[in-house]
Design a protein around this ligand. Structure first.
Ligand SMILES: [Fe+2]
Length: 307
């Protein structure tokens, strides 16, 4: 099989030239894994996918992880996590943005960032596509690192930043809360939706990707809390806040992003150790179903902050 590789807008690539329903020969499999390591965000279109095939295909990229939320995994396919708009659950995910009611909008984030041990990656498949909106955005933090000036890069090599898990968007320090109002059933604390709580975790502000060796900027807006002991790097507290504001603004530049508008048969695979992602959400009542498989990693990138 000959793979065809086409750059997406700004970051990531679309890969075609293979059929998920045929056994992948070792050379094609190795080429797909290399493309994943090289580009971090891979789009596959027009594949005729079943849950079994999605699970088998995902295993080419590493062992699969079961999602920690047992209630959202399917009994038949425990490796499969279903993200679906649902009138009962949606009420917890509704919020208002400049007066507009939106379900399931998510800021830029890294999955399981708050545990200190993010999974290696994940693969999303569109099962039911939203009639409008419902996009998933991907942001390449290796390219964001490469685009920083040398002085900022040198400073970031010396610092760690922390992430503090929170259920309330308005408590997050670096997300844009202009015009934001939580919905009436928005959870106030993790226990409200039977979610565990997590202590603060610290990460280097730049890490070397355990597989590709690329430098990756460790700044992502969701849950971002503070610079650890900024004075050790010659920064006063105010300068540390301004640095994080500047870096978050940097990661929001469209040149590091690809936004995917889902069509039936689409799959996106991303490297969670290098790419952040976000969801634009939908209007209430819009049907949307995504199947997700999660690829485990054996590296621990962060550490729990001991008080
Ligand atoms: Fe996510």
């Amino acid at each position: 099989m000959t793979l065809h590789v086409k750059p997406l807008a700004n970051v990531g690539v679309e890969v075609s030239g293979f059929d998920i329903n045929r056994e992948l020969d070792p050379a094609t499999r190795d080429a797909l894994v290399r493309l994943w390591d090289e580009h971090a965000i891979l789009l596959f279109r027009g594949q005729d996918i079943t849950p079994e095939k999605q699970i088998a295909f995902s295993r080419h990229f590493g062992p699969l992880e079961l999602h920690p939320l047992k209630t959202t995994t399917s009994a038949e396919y425990p490796e499969l996590f279903t993200l679906a708009n649902d009138p009962e659950k949606d009420k917890y995910n509704v919020a208002f943005y400049h007066g507009q009611e939106i379900v399931g909008r998510l800021d830029w984030h890294i999955d399981l960032h708050y545990t200190g041990k993010p999974n290696r990656g994940a693969l999303l498949r569109a099962v039911v596509c939203a009639s409008e909106d419902g996009m998933t955005g991907f942001g390449d933090l290796a390219k964001a690192w490469d685009a920083l000036d040398a002085e900022t890069q040198a400073l970031l090599q010396k610092i760690e930043v922390t992430y503090a898990f929170s259920m309330q968007r308005r408590h997050m320090r670096y997300v844009n809360v202009d015009g934001y109002e939580p919905g009436p059933f928005s959870p106030k604390k993790p226990a409200d939706i039977r979610f565990p709580d997590f202590p603060e975790v610290a990460y280097p502000a730049v890490h070397t990707h355990p597989v590709s060796g690329r430098k990756v900027l460790g700044i992502v807006e969701q849950f971002l809390e503070r610079v650890v002991a900024p004075q050790r790097a010659g920064l006063c507290n105010d300068e540390a806040v301004e640095l994080l504001e500047r870096l978050v603004a940097h990661t929001r530049k469209p040149e590091f992003h690809y936004f995917h508008q889902w069509q039936p048969g689409d799959m996106v695979l991303w490297d969670n150790w290098r790419a952040m992602h976000c969801a634009t959400g939908t209007a209430p009542g819009v049907k949307r179903v995504i199947h997700r498989t999660t690829i485990m990693g054996d590296a621990t990138l962060g550490r729990v902050v001991e008080v």
